[in-house]
Design a binder for this molecule. Structure first.
Ligand code: AMP
Length: 538
């Protein structure tokens, strides 16, 4: 027997209309390219979004057409987040840190029909342009007249009437897409449905995920082109939180200044961003008042426990770790201290927070190794598999990735994890980064996070190098803090009490900087290449 409730479609339109009718007075704030602070309220955001929707329809954008953005985090990008999907078109955020050829591949693969480009990113777009054919280019935040053949965003939307007749969309309609850029193979497109984004937005807003509330000042430092800024803009709009966006200014001083001025309460970014902020705060104690901040979310790569402790003990700022993937819209797990640990010592709580936490509702996890599904014992490593309401079911137009899905419909994440008895995961590695030494697995992530707890170490990445007997052994590439010194023997002695003896790196190489990916993560493929011929003694 079927139930008798409305089949109410879960679309971004409902989130948009809610903000428009309930939160017209709430503010959207951002730092523009020229460093000035811009602000308007949700009523203006909603009106401009409806104008964008009409302008796109007038330009001949049809349902299912992909409309790309190449931009920083700011008001017009938020308008695109809604204006494009609200007409049934697909918001395609482009990663501005990619190489022009990689961007061209992605634009061509997605067959983008139009692109919104920040004026400050036109030099990048000009390198992509000869390699693609995108009929409509709209320049955002233009400070001067735009070149022939381009449209100017403000003129475009001021001439368009606000679209009042937005379509009722099916909730399975594609709303947005992001490409993942692995270190091997071509980028792969993830195509989010309206339904998945709405459910993710609801999930994210729960207290044991990000718990975004109306009273918050939410600052997504994570770019809007990286996995929907982790869904923070959608969630803020749904609950009517103030949005405070950094624009292109992601240096520690600009961020801290923005948090201070705008009384930010909740923010999110990758570990490298917070490492910079920590150094800045250490060097400038008490100059800024960040006491309004109640949560700093961090994810994208593993978070050293030392970073969490330093923020908490030295600055009273709460770092909370989350794990996710572009393929999961993106939040999978969040490391809020479970109720059962309320009375635990600080030491145990910090150790918990250095793990990746428990799954969000509507996300299920399991892990598998060559013996089958692994027990939830906190010891046995296996590849993490997920399924849920906002997990990819296949990549966009990509026949080669069927092996990323199990026969019973779970997504294989490529991450190696252990799972504790209470469902808390700890990411040990990407499967390709795991070090296989004499048949045993060594977690490069655990070694790096521990090394970054050494007072002389700014950054560390651990990679496998060939070994005649053990096949692979760990090598630690270490960046020392300015003016600090440490020898390989010091670092080995520092790690020794924390790990089994066979985990300790055989070699420590001191380098100037760890190479980064377009998402600000350590680019280990480049390090592996650099140390490819490294020979360890037998
Ligand atoms: P992306 O799709 O670019 O967001 O990358 C997703 C990948 O980042 C995951 O598969 C993990 O390997 C890694 N990742 C994300 N969050 C974390 C975290 N908190 N700890 C360790 N790795 C993470």
């Amino acid at each position: 027997m079927n139930g008798l409730m409305m089949d109410y479609p879960l679309t971004l339109s409902t989130i948009f209309r809610r903000a428009e009718s309930l939160f017209g007075h709430r503010e959207v704030v951002w730092r523009a390219a020229d460093k000035s602070i811009r602000r308007y309220n949700y009523a203006a955001f909603a009106e401009r979004t409806r104008r964008l929707a009409r302008a796109l329809l007038d330009l001949g954008i049809h349902p299912s057409d992909r409309v790309a953005t190449l931009g920083w985090n700011h008001g017009p990008h938020l308008e695109a987040y809604f204006g494009i999907p609200l007409i049934g078109a697909v918001l395609h955020t482009l990663n501005l840190r990619l190489h022009p050829e990689e961007l061209a591949y992605i634009v061509n693969h997605a067959e983008d029909r139009a692109v919104l480009v920040d004026e400050s990113l036109l030099p990048l777009w000009e390198q992509v342009r000869p390699l693609v054919s995108v009929p409509t280019v709209i320049v955002v935040a233009a400070s001067k007249p735009v070149a022939g053949g381009y449209l100017e965003y403000e003129t475009l939307i001021s001439r368009a009437q606000p679209a009042r007749d937005l379509p009722d969309l099916d909730e399975r309609t594609a709303a947005a897409m992001c490409y993942t850029t692995g270190t091997t193979g071509n980028p792969k497109g993830v195509l989010y449905t309206h339904r998945s984004l709405v459910l993710h937005t609801l999930g994210l807003s729960l207290d044991h995920c990000m718990g975004i509330r109306e009273s918050d000042g939410v600052s997504p430092v994570v770019p809007m082109f990286h996995a929907n800024a982790w869904g923070m803009p959608f969630s803020a709009v749904m609950v009517g939180a103030r949005l405070v966006m950094p624009g292109p200014h992601l240096d520690p001083e600009s961020l801290v200044d923005l948090f201070h001025r705008e009384r930010v309460t909740l923010t999110g970014g990758v570990p490298t961003i917070w490492m910079g902020v920590l150094q800045f705060l250490d060097a400038n104690p008490r100059r800024y008042d960040l006491s309004a901040i109640r949560a700093m979310y961090v994810g994208g790569s593993a978070v050293p426990q030392a970073l969490i402790e330093a923020f908490e003990r030295r600055h009273g700022l709460p770092i909370i770790q989350a794990w996710g993937m572009t393929e999961m819209a993106p939040v999978g797990t969040v490391a809020h201290i479970p109720g059962t640990m309320a009375e635990a010592t600080d030491e145990r709580k910090f150790a918990y927070r250095a793990k990746q936490g428990r799954p969000a509702p509507l996300v299920e996890i399991r892990a598998r190794n060559e013996d089958g599904l692994v027990p939830w014992d906190g010891q046995t490593m296996g590849e993490l598999e997920v399924r849920g309401a906002w997990v990819v079911s296949s990549y966009y137009n990509n026949a080669d990735s069927a092996d990323r899905f199990t026969a019973d419909g779970w997504f294989r994440t490529g991450d190696i994890a252990t799972i504790d008895a209470d469902g808390t995961i700890q990411i040990q590695d990407r499967s390709k980064d795991l070090i296989k030494s004499g048949g045993e697995w060594i977690s490069s992530v655990a070694l790096e996070c521990a090394l970054m707890g050494h007072p002389a170490v700014a950054e560390a990445a651990v990679i496998p190098v060939m070994h005649p007997k053990w096949s692979e052994r760990p090598l630690a590439a270490v960046v020392l803090k300015a003016g600090a010194s440490a020898s390989p023997a010091d670092l080995r002695a520092f790690l020794a009490p924390q790990f089994p003896k066979f985990w300790l790196p055989d070699a420590f190489e001191f380098i100037d900087a760890i190479p980064r990916t377009s998402a600000g993560k350590f680019k280990k493929s480049e390090l592996r290449e650099r140390f490819r011929d490294y020979r360890l003694a037998d």
